[in-house]
Ligand binder design. Structure first.
Ligand SMILES: Cc1cc2nc3c(=O)[nH]c(=O)nc-3n(C[C@H](O)[C@H](O)[C@H](O)COP(=O)(O)OP(=O)(O)OC[C@H]3O[C@@H](n4cnc5c(N)ncnc54)[C@H](O)[C@@H]3O)c2cc1C
Length: 382
């Protein structure tokens, strides 16, 4: 991200203790941990306003786990790390529940659980293996060897701990509960650490001198520092929502096709459907362009006809959002090379509601106290 010479005329200078860049779910929760748990004086700034990135554009699925099925996570990361990551996800959901309980305004939450569904015999076999691995590690699930919804799926895994949330209000609530000062409409364009204990952060309105800086800029991180190029890939996702329905088509946060499809009923009785990018990766990957893709939206329309023909209400609204996919599917926590006071918590790979609060808790502790962030520590990339 850049700022022109002409835009810099009104810049002021300011000393701050702990500066967070990015005010989504990650930045808001990082602000809470830094200010309320570690007693730092936190300022958060964002190019736009609180939660206007992916955090207010997602489907609101508070679903435990990663971008991969549990047995596949064990194969890829090892059993201990897979269990650690699922536990981190449960901690994240527990944090959101606490924030919602203490929220100064209502944040709608539907404790509906989730239902992971198979769209083919092959995917059903994967679900059976995932269910066995989850049960072996005593993670509370229920496995269905047949379609639990009667809609043409092949098998299902129910996770009762999961829920659907209004994500924009959640981000706003967490920011408010953090007690941090917030400065909107203020792009970061350069970071320098010239002293051991001080970082100069150039933003369009203000040049900050900060003791600590935390980047929570997810998909946009490669536009801030070349370190993130190739480690975080901006990836577009699409959603639609119908007008309110007379009947509830699904009681769960449902998802299928290896996580590429997701659907739920909203608090006001609408059907929300997202995903559909599996066959359109060339168009949807490696872009920060917020725009509708007619091919993906057409896929979503066809999906309703195939699996939810009873959903006949017209589509009321369509939107897109930009996710930050990390190179190995796990969040990235660390400090920038040569900038020991600049931490980051990015790369939530389409699972920020599942992973971000637990991850930022570790990231803040790592930046302030040098603790390891465990399985989400970027040190794993070597
Ligand atoms: C359509 C869609 C559906 C999704 N569904 C789900 C779901 O159901 N469940 C789930 O867990 N996850 C879902 N996700 C992913 C989830 O939304 C993200 O993982 C999560 O929001 C990431 O939060 P974040 O705070 O890291 O990023 P963001 O919310 O994107 O916040 C990053 C912030 O950084 C700011 N920023 C960037 N660059 C700069 C700069 N240079 N200067 C200042 N500010 C800057 C941006 O303005 C933005 O506000 C979905 C995403 C999309 C797009």
């Amino acid at each position: 991200m850049t700022v022109s010479h002409w835009q810099q005329v009104e810049q002021t200078h300011r000393d701050v203790d702990f500066l967070i860049v990015g005010a989504g779910l990650a930045g808001s929760s990082a602000a809470y941990f830094a200010q309320q748990v570690h007693n730092r004086e936190v300022v958060v700034t964002d190019a736009r306003d609180v939660g206007l990135g992916a955090s207010s554009r997602n489907a609101g699925f508070m679903i435990s786990g990663l971008d991969t099925y549990y047995h596949r996570a064990i194969e890829t990361y090892g059993r201990d790390k897979a269990l650690e990551l699922w536990t981190l996800s449960h901690q994240t959901i527990a944090h959101w529940r606490e924030f919602i309980k203490n929220s100064p305004f209502e944040v709608p939450l539907d404790n509906c659980g989730s239902m992971l569904l198979a769209e083919s015999e092959e995917e059903a076999k994967e679900l059976e293996l995932a269910a066995k691995a989850l049960s072996d590690d005593k993670i509370d699930i229920e496995y269905y060897s047949k379609d639990p919804l009667g809609r043409g799926y092949y098998a299902g895994i129910e996770q009762p701990i999961d829920a659907g949330v209004q994500p924009y209000l959640l981000a706003k609530s967490v920011m408010e509960q953090s007690g941090a000062e917030f400065i909107p409409n203020n792009e970061l364009y350069r970071i320098e650490q010239t002293e051991d204990d001080c970082v100069t952060v150039y933003t369009r309105q203000i040049i900050f001198r900060a003791r600590y800086v935390m980047l929570c800029t997810n998909a946009y991180s490669p536009m801030i520092d070349p370190y993130f190029v190739g480690k975080v890939v901006p990836t577009r996702a699409q959603c639609l929502i119908t007008e309110p329905l007379d009947d509830v088509p699904i009681d769960y946060c449902g998802y299928s096709d290896y996580g590429y499809m997701y659907y739920r009923t909203t608090f006001d009785g609408r059907f929300l459907l997202g995903g559909g990018r599996k066959d359109f990766k060339a168009e949807e990957n490696d872009t920060t362009e917020d725009r509708l893709n007619p091919n993906v939206q057409g896929y979503l329309d066809d999906y309703i006809k195939k699996f939810f023909p009873d959903v006949t209400a017209p589509v009321a609204h369509r939107w897109s959002g930009i996710m930050g996919f990390s190179i190995d599917g796990l969040p990235l926590v660390g400090t920038l090379p040569g900038k020991s006071r600049v931490g980051f918590a990015v790369g939530f790979t389409g699972h920020g509601l599942a992973m971000s609060a637990g991850t930022t808790e570790r990231a803040v502790d790592m930046l302030l106290n040098g603790t390891s962030a465990g399985a989400v520590d970027v040190a794993r990339l070597g």
